[in-house]
Design a binder for this molecule. Sequence first.
Ligand code: SF4
Ligand code: ZN
Ligand code: ZN
Length: 319
Amino acid sequence: MKCSLCEKEAVREIPYMKLFLCREHFIDWFNQRFIRDAKRYKLFEKSKRVAVAVSGGKDSTTMLHLLNEVSKQLNIEIIGVTIDLGINNGTKYSSKSVEIAIDNFKIAQVEYKVIDLNKDYNFTIDRAKSRTNRPACSVCGLSKRYILNAAAEEMNADTLATGHNLDDMAQFIFSGYIYGNFESLARNSMINPPERGYKIKKVKPFFFTPENEILHYAILKGYPFIYDPCPYSSEFGSVAQERIGDMLKNMETKMPGMMINLVKTFEKQIRPALHNIYSKDEDVGKCKLCGRPTSNGRDICSFCSIKNKLIAAQLTNGL
Ligand code: SF4
Ligand code: ZN
Ligand code: ZN
């Protein structure tokens, strides 16, 4: 098949645009859409220093390089942050991910910070999993949210960019409808201003970008990234999410553009309505242990509370 824009052989079909693109035109089209969306949705308005959370996977790695390449046009400075979550469990998943994230920071020549859950917070996701009955993903998700916010503040960033893509968002929205998690849905936007005691704005520039396009782009650009899945991604909760994701992918092949419509309708019409219902004036407290914000005026934040329980479980279990 020929490229829709030139005589070269196409390497990529964009079904929802009825386009076939050669390597150069696909890369160019992807770049243009990225800048257009960033400007249209004012993702970086008033941003100066943007911390990119890099896990070593294709999405966050591509985000780092792309944002770095267009940083002058968007008038922002890019820095990087990654977390060693201590997920090894016979796979060396975290060691490999952190190594790849650092390689990418060096290639992009950006200032970066590595946070080590074991050294800096005295627990790991592997130990949380093996010594307690908590699902690894719930401890991991909470830890990442807390640590990335804190690290971005420490690095004097005003914005934190994450690599969540269209498929992640479609899955999150659909599963939110199924399980009635409307409060979480109300809070999940492509742009979340600093609120509830936090100082950092959070943005998801790939909110409307399909996962398989990011993967193809990362391969064509030759970025190093980790292909292996996290060993805990097959846990019960994640399997349910994966099934919802597969169902959405199937629907997308039969109805090209369905996922973009689902996420756009959510962002433009549904989320603002949910936000009006659920954005009550929350009593924001200050954690007695770490000084960071707590929800519902609690004395101890959720992260310190879980961390202390995990450390206590480790001691009880003789670690
Ligand atoms: Fe963390 Fe779960 Fe993702 Fe693994 S699959 S990185 S444990 S959230
Ligand atoms: Zn072309
Ligand atoms: Zn705390």
